[in-house]
Design a binder for this molecule. Structure first.
Ligand code: SAM
Ligand code: SF4
Length: 336
């Protein structure tokens, strides 16, 4: 199997696939409360189409796939897709990012389908605050989902927490405490500017560096090795079972080691989270294009991958850099 490299020499081996633009929550920084225009069913990639694309992508060098959304567990029969993807040679890992609402119901079925890893998004450990940020979600249900995933054998489950100053910055040590006795990796993620300016961005921004400094109050943070292309800097607190990750996507971007492509639920390939330029693979699939033609478009997306995004400049946190781009976006539409 070959390797996919972009024009800056980065190896691209990771594909994030959004399987739906729908969600059973309405996180304030990700989706508006109402009036969301969902794509009609016929515009969303079928499982057959996703399988075909992943097979081509794996042949080109994609080794890891992450299923995301919207909320992937609202897509009917998702474990069937995972079972199908598992048969593709060359794929080393299939992961899922979920809000955890349907996780208790699905954890064992997902394990049986061959899913390798799960990330659960969780922004507060306070039931009222959780309900506020998700506009109605139940913390209890998500915590039950996390327990089920651990029981089902998903070791080193990741919890993704978006850092929001004044909202959950006072909970950082409680989140870190989740890693004391259980093999959980809590990852603190910097809030990125999106289409939904529910919060005043700069007032809410809290850096991963600040979160790390607070965690040092619990003991010595021992650095752990990160995989190639990893977005998080990972540490373990002395005597703790799990680990802590800090993702500084805005303040210290990791574009130079970015290894990702994204596939939107309507079949557009996106080579950077922050660029609105997409290439339409669905149009090729709908006319039953040959694998070679699909492969050409994937290679073109890789070739056109920008060197860097400029989120920091847009949010007023840094100075401009060359050959970088960013557009407003919403994670639920692209697949976070
Ligand atoms: N619904 C699933 C979930 O919430 O895990 C998967 C899709 S969601 C778009 C993926 C991730 O993107 C979540 O962890 C969410 O917190 C994150 N996200 C959404 N908007 C964000 C933003 N503005 N800044 C940072 N992370 C964001
Ligand atoms: Fe839904 Fe995930 Fe967006 Fe929250 S972050 S609204 S759970 S897609």
């Amino acid at each position: 199997m070959g390797k996919l490299r972009d024009k800056f020499g980065r190896e691209i081996n990771y594909l994030r696939i959004s399987v739906t633009d729908r969600c059973n929550l309405r996180c304030v920084y990700c989706m508006p409360k109402e009036g969301i225009m969902h794509k009609p069913h016929q515009e969303i990639l079928s499982f057959e189409q996703i399988y075909k694309l992943v097979k081509v992508a794996a042949g080109l060098g994609i080794e890891k796939v992450r299923i995301t959304g919207g909320e992937p567990l609202v897509r009917k029969d998702l474990p069937l897709l995972i079972e199908q993807l598992k048969t593709i040679g060359g794929l080393k890992e299939i992961a899922l990012t979920t809000n955890g609402i349907n996780l208790a119901e699905y954890a064992f079925i997902l394990r049986k389908s061959g899913l390798d890893r799960i990330n659960v998004s969780l922004d507060s450990l306070n039931a009222d605050k959780f309900q506020e940020i998700t506009r109605g979600g139940s913390l209890k249900v998500v915590l039950r989902g996390i327990d089920s995933a651990l029981d089902a054998g998903f070791s080193f489950l990741k919890i993704n927490t978006v850092l929001l100053k004044g909202f959950n910055s006072d909970e950082i040590l409680s989140f870190a405490g989740l890693t004391k006795d259980r093999p959980i990796n809590v990852r603190f993620i910097e809030y990125m500017p999106t289409d939904f300016n529910y919060f005043s961005y700069n007032e809410l921004f809290f850096s991963a560096q600040e979160a790390k400094a607070l965690c040092c109050g619990l003991g010595e943070l021992k650095p752990l090795d990160s995989a190639h292309g990893a977005t998080a800097r990972i540490f373990r607190l002395e005597g703790f079972s799990g680990s802590l990750g800090f993702i500084s996507a805005v303040s210290q971007p990791f574009c130079s080691s970015c290894n990702k492509l994204r596939l939107t639920s309507d079949g557009r390939i996106r080579n950077c989270l922050h660029s609105s330029r997409t290439l339409n693979l669905k149009a090729l699939l709908d006319r039953n294009a040959q694998e070679e033609e699909l492969g050409q478009l994937i290679k073109e997306a890789v070739f056109l991958k920008p060197r860097a995004h400029n989120l920091a400049e847009r949010s007023g946190l840094a100075h401009a850099s060359l050959d970088s781009e960013s557009e407003n976006f919403s994670m639920c539409q692209i697949g976070g």
